[in-house]
Design a protein around this ligand. Structure first.
Ligand code: FAD
Length: 403
């Protein structure tokens, strides 16, 4: 800034697409970029292009409420998110990029005896997995969050589950950090390049059609979050995924007041404060399938009401902006990292409301799968055929209630 913004070097190159790559990744969001990064870093594969129809980080990776946690309950999810949190803990050193990962502690509130039991079980599962959890009673919560309304009787606060290693991060910095790291290892990041078709010959993927011409590839990864159903259809697949809108909100900048991530247990509301001072919060899905990156007013009202019930003090803050992102929802709330029926074509999708925290481990595991042909140990349950065999991993509540 003091230098008049002159002489700044771009953080990554802007190459034209080559006619052929070993690997093409469709989608320049968090998961696509981290996959490219780990393909290069962990597997030494660098003849790779990431094709992004808009700009890098313009999708959900730059639209989410940035909650990072490892508090899943089911085997399959637990080890994956535990691995992801460990990667987060070293991410700034790994990427040499300030992603502002802040382990300020996540508190999930509970409001009934039944909810307390469920959170006690979850906390024990987290501890068994090697992660951290502490069950707080009402006074324990009050010591951390004195500003909640402890007098309201509609949803009385019984206590909370504290996950000290949970927190948040600067969302788009995560995309930029992985982008720069991948670019420096030789990956071509190609923006304004929409994939419009997937070429398949004799059951094997041979490349993609794009708005910048045809590109041949030995392997292709579909990593397009809310657009998964559309892009998979280009390969003749009908995914068990529906696209829904999730909204988020930010207020004007305030002095530091909320120094945890807090999640309401009786409605859909979660909140944290960004380093710029804005209160960042969200709620539930808009509940109709859509590809619009904006939301509806009834959900705005619902989220504001839940916030006011929990912490009436935020009522004076002015909301500056709201926006929406397109969620790739699976029926069981768990993701997919798998091969497809087409040789050389892989898919990473179904992140529901919770894929930001998964960015490091998803890239790590997708890269492993694409490079070796075998699922990574911690992602081996994320199979596409579980919707055929019935081996579902129904953890929808974790996504919907706590992001
Ligand atoms: P994206 O960033 O959407 O990347 C997909 C990319 O693919 C896009 O850039 C898109 O342009 C590109 N693409 C699509 N079609 C094509 C095509 N045909 N050709 C080329 N490119 C294409 N998760 C959490 O863990 N914690 C949270 O607190 C949280 N809160 C959320 C709040 C909101 C409001 C939203 C919207 C999401 C939230 N999530 C949260 C979920 C998380 O953001 C997503 O699960 C995750 O970002 C999805 O993966 P991605 O980053 O790769 O997606």
């Amino acid at each position: 800034g003091l230098g008049g913004n002159k002489g700044w070097k771009p953080a990554w190159r802007d190459p034209d697409p080559k006619p052929e790559y070993d690997i093409v990744i469709i989608g320049g969001g968090g998961h696509g970029l981290s996959t490219a990064y780990y393909l290069a870093k962990n597997h030494g594969l660098t003849n790779i292009a990431v094709l992004e129809k808009g700009y890098l980080g313009g999708g959900n990776v730059g639209r989410n409420t940035t909650i990072v946690r490892a508090n899943y309950f089911l085997p399959g999810n637990q080890e994956f998110y535990s691995h992801s949190l460990k990667l987060w803990e070293g991410l700034e050193g790994e990427l040499n990029y300030n992603v502002m990962h802040s382990q300020r502690g996540l508190i999930n509130l509970f409001h009934s005896d039944g909810q307390r039991d469920a959170f006690a079980r979850r906390g024990n599962a987290m501890i068994n997995q090697g992660d951290d959890a502490e069950l707080l009673d009402r006074e324990g919560v009050r010591r951390h969050l004195p500003y909640l309304d402890y007098e309201q009787t509609r949803f009385p606060i019984y206590g909370g589950l504290l996950h000290r290693r949970g927190g948040s991060a600067r969302h788009d910095a995560v995309a930029w950090g992985y982008a720069r790291g991948a670019d420096r290892r030789g990956v071509d990041l190609i923006q304004n390049c929409e994939v419009t078709g997937i070429d398949i010959e004799n059951g094997r993927v041979t490349g993609v059609q794009t708005t910048r011409g045809a590109i041949r590839a030995k392997k292709v990864g579909i990593i397009v979050a809310g657009r998964s159903g559309q892009v998979a259809a280009m390969a003749g697949m009908r995914l068990p995924v529906e696209s829904h809108i999730l909204q988020a909100f930010v207020t004007e900048g305030l002095k530091p007041v909320i120094d945890h991530v807090v999640s309401f247990g009786m409605g859909h509301f979660y909140i944290s404060q960004s380093d710029k001072g804005g209160l960042v919060f969200g709620g539930d899905l808009d509940f109709y399938a859509s590809y619009a990156a904006r939301g509806n007013l009834p959900m705005v009202e619902h989220v504001m009401e839940a916030g006011m019930t929990l912490m009436p003090m935020i009522g004076k803050a002015k909301v500056l902006r709201s926006w929406g992102g397109i969620m790739d929802m699976t029926p069981d709330g768990s993701p997919i990292i798998d091969k497809t029926h087409v040789d050389g074509l892989f898919i990473d999708c179904g992140w529901n409301y919770g894929g930001f925290k998964a960015v490091p481990a998803s890239g790590w595991c997708m890269a492993h799968l694409m490079a070796t042909g075998e699922p990574h140990e911690v992602a081996r349950h994320f199979r596409l055929d579980r919707f055929v065999t019935g081996h579902l991993m129904d953890e929808e509540g974790t996504g919907s209630q706590h992001n």
